[in-house]
Design a protein around this ligand. Structure first.
Ligand SMILES: N[C@@H](CCC(=O)N[C@@H](CS)C(=O)NCC(=O)O)C(=O)O
Length: 284
């Protein structure tokens, strides 16, 4: 679990926040995952929107709460928790009903969520290439400089994960999101969703007969990749049917229907992205 140490937290006002507070962004996939979890659990929470497109997450107020500069962040009774999957596992312990991690499967679920999180930068690559499609570098140099200069620690030590983020944005500024990167990321997801499709051919949810956090986590990926033009219905029909069922539930629908672009804009981005769609680049 990543609960920050007192010395990591420079924005001291959050230490006085009582109850469940979430710093998040409407269109962020990890924030959507956490909000769906909170909806299903019916946990009351206070919202603190952080505007990623204007790089609010790279300014010192937010970096004083999460030195990684990432959303979502949970502040629970003055304790700061980062990393969406850790936040979810922490809240599952504190608010055990309804169960979204089956009893006795905590370690297995933790490993499966870690595997899902390891694909996050691949999701980001495909999102920036096919969904957000910014005309220039995704992070302006000034925002990136502020982020780098801030420093900060996680659990008292200099943070390796922040360096990973810096390198991701620096590379994006240098090279953009190339065909080769997009193809490699798409192929990773194809292998994952091939396996999930086999599972969902046999059972209604990823862990069997009941909805779990794994359904939430993978639905979020499926949803974003659908927006990027990934052909789920053709390649993974059971995943497609499962996703349609989940998206029809209000706890999911409220979080995934709001987009930064209209459907028409998305379609235009998809078709005009250097003249190439995800399907063409990945060879799907
Ligand atoms: N492993 C992290 C990943 C969090 C993450 O990358 N969040 C994205 C939004 S989905 C973010 O804050 N990006 C910062 C940015 O776009 O500047 C988690 O699960 O919380």
């Amino acid at each position: 679990m990543v609960q920050l140490a007192d010395s990591d937290i420079r924005t001291r006002e959050v230490l006085g926040w009582q109850g469940v507070h979430v710093l998040h962004f409407m269109g962020s996939s990890c924030s959507q995952k956490l909000r769906i979890f909170l909806n299903l659990k019916k946990i009351p929470w206070q919202s603190h929107p952080i505007d990623l497109p204007s790089n609010e997450n790279m300014q010192s107020w937010f970096l004083g709460i999460n030195p990684r500069g990432l959303v979502p962040v949970l502040v629970h009774d003055g304790a700061v928790h980062i990393e969406s999957n850790d936040i979810i596992q922490y809240l599952e312990e504190r608010f055990p009903t309804p169960r979204l991690i089956p009893a006795g499967h905590e370690n297995e679920v933790a490993a499966l969520l870690k595997h899902e999180d390891d694909l996050h930068l691949d999701l980001r690559t495909l999102s920036f290439r096919f969904v957000f499609a910014p005309p220039g570098p995704p992070k302006p140099a000034a925002a990136l400089e502020s982020y780098i200069a801030h420093g900060g620690t996680v659990q008292g030590v200099k943070d390796h994960e922040k360096q990973v983020q810096i390198e991701f944005w620096q590379r994006a500024a240098r090279e953009g999101f190339t065909d080769a990167q997009a193809r490699a990321s798409a192929l990773k997801f194809r292998a994952e969703f091939d396996a999930l499709d086999k599972t969902l051919a046999k059972q209604p949810y990823l862990m069997g007969g009941h909805l779990s956090v794994l359904d939430i986590a993978w639905l979020i990926y499926e949803h974003r990749l659908s927006l990027a033009g990934y052909p789920f219905e053709r390649l993974h029909p059971h995943v497609h049917a499962w996703a349609e069922r989940l998206r029809a539930m209000p706890e999911f629908a409220n979080e995934v229907t709001q987009l930064r672009h209209s459907a028409e804009q998305l379609d235009t981005i998809r078709r005009t992205q250097f003249g190439k769609t995800l399907e063409m680049i990945a060879g799907f």
